[in-house]
Design a protein around this ligand. Structure first.
Ligand code: KIV
Length: 282
């Protein structure tokens, strides 16, 4: 089965078909999401916070990302898999960026990479695209710049900031990015960007007028125990379901109910008696 390409995503924008994107970090979840037809899976560096327990996304390494990208690629057949490039894996030089991004495609099996940043990363985006590596941009709230931004807050509210974001989006399109994540920006600004670029925009906390939406799967399923951001919506409470299930398991083990006859393998009593007799004799 052929995977969804960057051209398919562009065509979806052309048809006005919303692009659904979710994060995935492991084989089982990738299988589930792929089987229900989610077209784009992002192996986000949010893995650092929701799976690995880091306080921010900054400590995530290329090796850690590769480990998760490979699992998601193994679990999916049709989805376009985007590998998030972690902090400082693309900032130091275009050559370093190509080397790391290349690993996500060559070793990881991803179809594209995602980079956070605006006009300042244009030379890097150009170099990656020249090397045949499709790039998804990410502007607005860029969590890798958390210390510079001073917190996880909405971006682009002032005239200067909004103009800067519009210029970032247009510069990234010009540099060859095939799509853009717009994170935590006012909805009307996201609409203006979406109308001005030909590439698809995928929003997260950027209102309803983007060409698609992305969410962190743990937020959507109620799996992440910490405070859920305003832009997310809980479609399930799996955290509670997991807690109840494991408590029921623990209770049954303690009370000798689990494993029951259905979970136990039978054995011919005569064979066992023979074995015990042999053991006694030896
Ligand atoms: O790392 C991530 O999951 C992301 C999305 C929130 C867009 O960058």
């Amino acid at each position: 089965m052929a995977r969804i390409t960057i051209h398919d995503l562009r065509a979806m924008k052309g048809r006005g078909e919303k692009i659904v994107m979710l994060t995935a970090y492991d084989y089982s979840m990738a299988r589930l999401l792929d089987e229900v037809g989610i077209p784009v899976l992002l192996v986000g560096d949010s893995v650092g916070m929701v799976v690995l327990g880091y306080e921010t996304t900054l400590p995530v390494t290329v090796e850690e990302m590769l480990h998760h990208v490979k699992a998601v690629v193994r679990g999916s057949r049709r989805a376009h898999v985007v590998a998030d490039m972690p902090f400082l894996s693309y900032h130091t030089s275009p050559e370093e960026a190509v080397r790391h991004a290349g690993r996500f495609l060559k070793e990881g099996g991803a179809q594209s990479v995602k980079l956070e940043g605006g006009r300042e990363i244009v030379p890097i985006v150009r170099r990656l695209v020249q090397a045949g590596i499709p790039v998804m941009g990410h502007v607005g709230l860029t969590p890798q710049a958390i210390h510079q931004l001073g917190g996880y807050r909405v971006q682009g509210r002032s005239r200067e900031a909004a103009l800067g974001l519009l210029q970032d989006a247009m510069a990234l399109e010009e540099a060859g990015a095939y799509a853009l994540i717009l994170e935590a920006i006012p909805a009307p600004l996201a609409r203006a960007i979406t109308e001005r670029v030909r590439i698809p925009t995928i929003g997260i906390g950027a209102g309803p007028w983007c060409d698609g939406q992305v969410q962190v799967i743990h937020d959507l399923l109620g799996l992440y125990p910490d405070l859920a951001p305003k832009h997310t919506k809980r479609y399930a409470r799996l955290g509670e379901a997991i807690r109840e299930a494991v408590m029921a398991y623990a209770r049954e083990v303690q009370e000798g109910i689990f494993p029951g006859p259905e979970q136990s393998h039978a054995m011919d009593e005569a064979v066992l008696a023979e074995v015990l007799a042999l053991a006694e004799a030896s």
